[in-house]
Design a protein around this ligand. Structure first.
Ligand SMILES: [Zn+2]
Length: 502
């Protein structure tokens, strides 16, 4: 500080003074701009992600929300690469929202979930197709199933390695339903709403039904680019970090995503954080305090898991609050967290839920697995990861206590029937048994591996995540990789933990 003299004093003329004042204001503006609070921008995609994205199918998705009708119009261009190894004459896309058309098919209309999901009574959700074209020409399509969730599109024979463009135009009706696809009030959760190619496996497209228990979704990774048009005041949370352009549209992209989702709300407050490796965390909740809390929880989970299982797979993670009776739901680059977690009394539950869902970015998104026939392969791994998170953050005592409730108790429970962690999801009639068996008892396998393997289960999972990054690992793949890693036949151990009713 140089006394009371300011820099305009030496100037004598009035004009000079005004010029100097202007220069001073400019300098101040420049300083304010230079030291402005930075928006947490995502880092560029990693080399591994960029390399993985190279040979993948590209989706270009334009969405427009029409809240007065609870509708979203979707235009989707899919630059399809036939990497199936077969000549194809049809594509199969999942139109999961159609399952919400009737109480008979809706995964939210079971006795266990109905009242929580439909507090205002049943509300229809559906997808109406307007255009289906292949390489610019309208083409025939039909649904393979009564629930209309498996859309088969005919194409001229497409040899392995060839490409073509599929265009879909549709309008989706968002149900008043507290579920992955739906929402109550002004918040729209668009999970499994954008039509997406199914998984091609053993020379056929998978067409699994939408079960109420579990996440019956299987898919390959693909690249997604979004253009999202929203009424003024709405805030989008998306698998891809979005920025608003001059024309008001929100745009962004995500590479090598297994599945994508968006949540749209005029009530969202936003917070952000920077996690290990530079990943940006964006959080959206009904209060600023809630958004800040969930951002910090997600950041800490990424910090712990990237240390244990390898780098976080994407440049950003979005975490958003939604109305549904579940703890959370995972998509690539996005995690939905149930509104009840945001109650002050539920802080511990929130932290555990966020840890479990964030772990899915490694075990589900980075390494895809069969969520229909081997749900343990992502759920049990994420439950184990959650326990590891607790040990890293709170120590061995907290780990032991949580292990008692989450693993030891389910192991001692009397489970009806012959359900085992290795059972497919349609064996389970309710969420309680599913959670005890697949999450709890399934995690016991990882704890057993932790004792058996030199370097423990964490080093094994890190190697597994690296070996199958952005690919799909079947149970056989997991087993073969484990046997090779351990240098011994671990099949009896897997049989005991996954396929034997205790
Ligand atoms: Zn899970």
């Amino acid at each position: 500080m140089a006394g009371k003299r300011c820099i305009i004093l030496p100037l004598r003329s009035k004009r000079g003074r005004w010029a100097a004042l202007g220069a001073l204001l400019l300098a101040i503006c420049a300083l304010i701009w230079l030291f402005r609070p930075r928006q947490t921008t995502p880092p560029p995609p990693s080399e591994a992600l960029t390399a993985a994205a190279k040979e993948l199918t590209d989706y270009d998705v334009t969405l427009k929300l029409i809240p007065e009708r609870r509708q979203v119009s979707i235009t989707e261009r899919v630059a399809f690469i036939n990497d199936t190894g077969d000549t194809l004459t049809s594509l199969l896309l999942r139109t999961w929202l159609n399952a919400f058309q009737s109480e008979e098919d809706s995964p939210a209309a079971t006795e266990e979930l109905y009242d929580a999901c439909y507090p205002q009574g049943f509300s229809e959700g559906k997808l109406t197709l307007h255009d289906v074209a292949w390489n610019g020409t309208q083409t025939a399509w039909r649904y393979d199933d009564d629930a209309q969730t498996a859309l088969r599109v005919d194409i001229p024979p497409l040899a392995a390695g060839q490409t073509g463009e599929l265009l879909l135009r549709c309008v989706v009706q968002i149900p008043l339903c507290a579920h992955r696809s739906g929402g109550l009030g002004d918040t729209y959760q668009l999970g499994n709403v954008i039509p997406q190619l199914s998984l091609y496996q053993d020379h056929a497209w998978r067409a699994d039904p939408y079960t109420s228990v579990g996440d019956p979704f299987v898919s390959s990774c693909a690249n997604y680019t979004f253009s999202v048009y929203l009424p003024e005041g709405y805030v989008p949370a998306c698998s891809a970090p979005l920025t608003r352009g001059q024309d008001g549209a929100w745009r962004g992209s995500i590479l090598a995503a297994r599945d994508v989702a968006l949540c749209l709300s005029p009530d969202y407050c936003q917070a952000s954080a920077r996690a290990a490796g530079g990943a940006a965390v964006y959080a959206y909740a009904k209060t600023e305090a809630g958004a800040r809390r969930v951002a910090e929880d997600a950041k800490r989970a990424i910090d712990v898991f990237s240390g244990l299982f390898g780098p976080y797979p994407y440049p950003a993670l979005t975490v958003c609050a939604v109305d549904f009776p579940f703890g959370g739901m995972e998509y690539s680059g996005l995690v939905m967290i149930g509104q009840s977690n945001f109650l002050d009394s539920q802080q511990d539950t929130m932290e555990l839920t966020v840890a479990h869902e964030t772990a899915h970015q490694w075990f589900y998104s980075l390494v895809g697995s069969d969520q229909v026939y081997a749900p343990w392969q992502d759920e049990a791994l994420c439950q184990y990861a959650m326990l590891r998170y607790v040990r890293a953050r709170y120590g061995q005592g907290s780990f032991d206590t949580l292990k008692y409730y989450q693993v030891d108790s389910p192991m001692a429970e009397n489970i009806p029937g012959s359900l085992t962690p290795g059972s497919p999801i349609d064996y389970f009639g309710d969420l309680t048994a599913y959670s005890s068996v697949v999450y709890g008892r399934g995690a016991a396998l990882l704890l057993a591996l932790d004792e058996m393997l030199p370097g423990g289960a964490d080093a094994f999972l890190r190697a597994y995540a690296e070996a199958f990054a952005y690919r799909f690992a079947t149970r056989q793949d997991f087993e073969a990789f484990l046997n090779n890693y351990a240098g011994m036949d671990c099949s009896p151990l897997l049989l005991d933990y996954l396929d034997t009713a205790h």
